[in-house]
Design a protein around this ligand. Structure first.
Ligand code: ADP
Length: 395
């Protein structure tokens, strides 16, 4: 039995979950938000209680110190001090082509994570800071890195390469993201299908959105690319664009690189189309007749449908589609529109099942649907804990 603390250290937030493995028991979990601002928030949850402390939290070091003091399980008393933590598992966004597997963190691993920072300037430095601080607080614990890009390292060269002059292809290629989520839900789907061979499309729809084509458990294509702004229309990101649009915007609207970056990452997608970034509001307004919201939903679901078509071709068939993350797990309308008019492929949605508001793994296709449609709640923290436990057992 091992106590594994999973940490997801972002630029202004810190998410955590403490697991006992292999039992997969969650001892406590929580979130520290708005680190560095006056109204930082600390939400902490155990089986029995929920504590919310609002206090100025100036930096990640203080955040992690506050967290370390709270890691007590009131029911079992199994964690008494940070020294009781066996392992700290860190989510690291970019592992480049260097990391295709979960790995114990050494000085060399940290140097490589740092060297990859230009590819993920918002994420890798924050992840690395979390690692450095955790090393000083959880002194006895092993530190492990689980990379968001790792699951996509199986994508073949003719898919990950861009058609640019070869001298650029050392660094510029499709890396993919959300890998932990795609891996977790695809493994569950493979379990549900119960077949040795499988062709699956996983659709992760949250604030960030992505799709993967997965053959026999191996990722062969993915909609995010060199950065997390490719493929689908997202909350605030544009997804696929003709690159020439960027030159046109620069020239005609006099936008510099920084402004263009902000435009494409933070002001586009559903927000740019409707003025709203949260799909729940957009759905409400669309229902009330708002034309911009109706169009944005149509554009969004059409693009997903297009990717289903192309991935079915890439897989040479399809056994199941999986919906996951905030939108995929909860939006009945999005799922309905995505699956609409795909009967030629053999996708038949059971409207009653699709409309059930459940939080569990479920099948929402009809019994005679050739292709199964699953809703599988993602659990990236648990997947990180599982991979970390597997690494330690292997050692
Ligand atoms: P993140 O990518 O930040 O982890 P989530 O996976 O939590 O995000 O997804 C956030 C998105 O899920 C938001 O756009 C939110 O509107 C959407 N969402 C959550 N619940 C619902 C719901 N019941 N219906 C429609 N959309 C929902």
């Amino acid at each position: 039995m091992q106590q594994i603390l999973v940490l997801n250290s972002g630029s202004s937030s810190l998410k955590f979950q403490l697991f006992t493995m292999p039992e997969e028991t969650v001892l406590c979990s929580g979130l520290i938000e708005r680190i560095g601002s006056e109204d930082a928030k600390f939400k902490y949850k155990t089986n029995r209680e929920k504590i919310r402390v609002v206090t100025p939290i100036p930096n990640h070091k203080v955040a992690l110190e506050i967290l370390a003091k709270q890691l007590l399980d009131p029911e079992t008393g199994s964690i008494k001090s940070p020294e009781d933590i066996d392992v700290v598992a860190h989510r690291v966004v970019h592992g480049g082509k260097e990391f295709s597997e979960t790995i114990e963190i050494t000085k060399n691993v940290k140097d490589k994570i740092k060297a990859l920072s230009p590819l993920a300037p918002l994420h890798n430095p924050a992840n690395l800071e979390g690692i450095n601080i955790a090393e000083t607080i959880f002194k006895k614990a092993k530190q492990v890195a689980v990379f968001d890009t790792a699951f996509h390292q199986t994508i073949p060269e003719h898919v990950y390469k861009y058609a640019l002059p070869n001298k650029f292809s050392d660094k510029i290629r499709l890396y993919g993201f959300h890998g932990t989520s795609h891996k977790y839900v695809s493994e569950k789907a493979i379990g549900l299908l119960g077949e040795k061979e499988s062709k699956i499309i996983t659709i992760h729809l949250g604030n960030g959105c992505s799709m993967s084509a997965i053959k026999n458990g191996v990722c062969i294509d993915h909609s995010l690319g060199f950065s997390p702004n490719a493929g689908l229309i997202m909350g605030t990101r544009s997804g696929d664009l003709d690159p020439t649009i960027i030159f046109y915007l620069a020239e005609k609207f006099n936008l510099n690189l920084k402004e263009l970056n902000t435009l494409l990452q933070k002001e586009s997608g559903m927000l740019g189309l409707t003025g709203h970034g949260d799909l729940r509001e957009i759905e409400e307004l669309a229902k009330e007749g708002d034309k911009a919201c109706q169009l944005a939903i149509k554009m969004n679901t059409y693009r997903i449908k297009k990717y289903i078509g192309s991935y079915t071709a890439a897989l040479n068939g399809l056994d199941a589609i999986v919906f996951t993350a905030g939108i995929g797990e909860n939006s009945t309308i999005m799922r309905e529109l995505i699956c609409e008019d795909l009967d030629f492929l053999g996708i038949k949605l059971d409207i009653v099942k699709n409309n059930e508001r459940l939080k569990t793994i479920r099948t929402i296709s009809t019994p005679d649907s050739k292709i199964k449609v699953f809703v599988i709640p993602t659990n990236e923290e648990l997947e990180i804990a599982k991979e970390t436990y597997d690494l330690l057992v292997k050692e």
